[in-house]
Write a protein that binds this ligand. Structure first.
Ligand SMILES: *Cc1c(COP(=O)(O)O)cnc(C)c1O
Length: 466
């Protein structure tokens, strides 16, 4: 399988290079040249497989010969064995043919584990094959850092350094990172803000010497392999609900457009999906793009669903590429307008095909709390604020009751206990696997907001420099 850059000026690459490269050298995102197909018979077969085996079946054509079938099957089995539910991604009914797809049974209690746990193993496999090592660096305001650390812990061919702003992440979020004891995991608390952390990471990547010496790499949200891994649960959910035959609708709490783009990819492959709801909080650039044809940056407003508090949705570029008939130069024009003028308009004729599949809706803070309370009153089930945004949009925008409506439950309610308690009066418990978190020993280094000091620290602690 070959991959193209959405900006059309970088050479096509095979899977393993796409995995390690992340962002294309022309600034674009990689997408597969063709969509492998899942027939009705494939969908039926997927319904009879374990989640791990369904995963290796769905992703195999994207990976090609970078990993042989047997190794891939072993890899997906080990990946999804760390999830603490036998179904991995269970469906729970909360209304009339209305479902939650629980994606929070992984080690950090959010859906990003589905992709990152596989990504860590794919990286290690590719690096071993090439006899290379890398140093992964990243900045986190809380959640992605812990998912990346849990994905990379104990991997043989990489070190991971995650920067977080000292004192500005929650105790649970910090402990999910700092209690990981593996020697290849390095937590750095920066005396500064999240923006300072991000600026330091960017400065390290811009330092060509340091970048090459340390073989810097990232596992960020634009990596194609993350999208690929997320296609799987759309297929397993559709197969479970309709044996893969009849159509299904999904509502997806959305920030960077990675998760809902995976739903689009599933539909392109043949998974019977008739509606995809892009559910946003009040940071609604995507809702405005789909409904008004205006993709325009505004200020980020903090909400109860912080993982969706974004200014630009980086993965949206992948959908735009298709809406502009895969014309890379058109995408360069749009991205230049975004950088120079803060946005661009989408003509109705470009949006029309997307509007047949997608609906978009914005859910404000009050509706989020009301939805958490309503679902609790109706079913006794606690949902987190991200999931609540999805459920509220699903209930508002559902096109027909003749089709199952599945909302992706992207985080465990115990990750956002304050909002859940405010809405329901009940404080969710941490799952048993995390009960020891508050007592476990922490390991972290506090550093000033100083590039030189940070680089010295990384040089001294990364195995690649030894
Ligand atoms: C990251 C995240 C989202 C948004 O997913 P995107 O792929 O960025 O659209 C939604 N909910 C939770 C809990 C998340 O962590």
């Amino acid at each position: 399988m070959e991959y193209l850059s959405t900006r059309g000026a970088a050479p096509p690459l095979e899977f393993e290079d796409v995995l390690i490269t992340g962002l294309a050298p022309d600034g674009g995102l990689y997408v597969p040249r063709d969509w492998p197909s899942l027939t009705e018979a494939d969908m039926h077969a997927i319904g009879g497989l374990s989640y791990a085996d369904a995963a290796s079946r769905v992703v195999a054509p994207f990976i090609g010969d970078a990993v042989d079938d047997e190794a891939l099957a072993g890899m997906t089995r080990r990946t999804y064995a760390v999830f603490d539910h036998p179904d991995v991604a269970p469906l729970v009914e909360i209304g009339e043919d209305e479902w939650l797809l629980e994606l929070f049974h992984g080690p950090t209690l959010a859906f990003k584990d589905f992709a990152l746990q596989l990504l860590g193993r794919l990286f290690d496999h590719a690096l071993a094959r090439r006899g290379e090592r890398v140093t992964i660096v990243g900045a986190t305001s809380g959640d992605t850092g812990s998912a990346a650390i849990h994905a990379c812990r104990g991997r043989e061919n990489l070190d991971i350094f995650i920067l977080h702003p000292e004192g500005r992440v929650s105790d649970v979020q910090r402990r999910q990172m700092t209690t990981v004891a593996d020697a290849n995991v390095h937590n750095i608390a920066i005396r500064g803000t999240f923006d300072d952390c991000q600026a330091l990471v960017k400065a390290m990547f811009n330092d060509a010497h340091f970048r090459a010496d340390m073989r810097l790499s990232a596992v960020n949200s634009i990596n194609w392999a993350r999208v690929m891994a997320q296609i799987v649960y759309y297929a397993t959910a559709a197969a479970a609900l309709r044996s893969g035959a009849g159509p299904v609708a999904f509502s997806v709490p959305t920030g960077n457009f990675g998760d809902v783009y995976a739903g689009y990819a599933a539909q392109c492959m043949g998974v019977p999906i008739d509606q995809l709801i892009v559910a946003t909080n009040r940071n609604d650039i995507l809702t405005r793009a789909f409904n008004e044809g205006a993709y325009r940056v505004s200020n980020v407003a903090p909400t109860m669903s912080p993982s969706m508090d974004i200014q630009v949705s980086s993965n949206f570029e992948r959908l735009l590429f298709d809406l502009y008939d895969r014309d890379g130069s058109a995408i360069v024009g749009l991205m230049d307008a975004l950088a120079d003028e803060g946005g661009f308009d989408l003509p109705t004729e470009r949006l029309a095909p997307a509007r047949r599949l997608f609906n978009a809706g914005r859910v404000d803070e009050e509706q989020t709390l009301e939805t958490i309370a309503a679902v609790y009153a109706e079913t006794g089930q606690l949902i987190d604020p991200h999931t609540a945004v999805g459920v509220a949009a699903a209930r508002r925008l559902r096109r027909t009751r003749d089709m199952p409506m599945v909302t992706l439950a992207t985080a465990h309610p115990a990750k956002f206990p304050d909002a859940v308690e405010r809405a329901t009066g009940r404080r969710p418990d941490l799952p048993p696997a995390l009960a020891g978190l508050m007592e476990a020993e922490e390991r972290l280094q506090v550093l000033d907001r100083d590039l030189g000091q940070l680089q010295d620290y990384i040089r001294a602690h990364a195995t690649v420099s030894a």
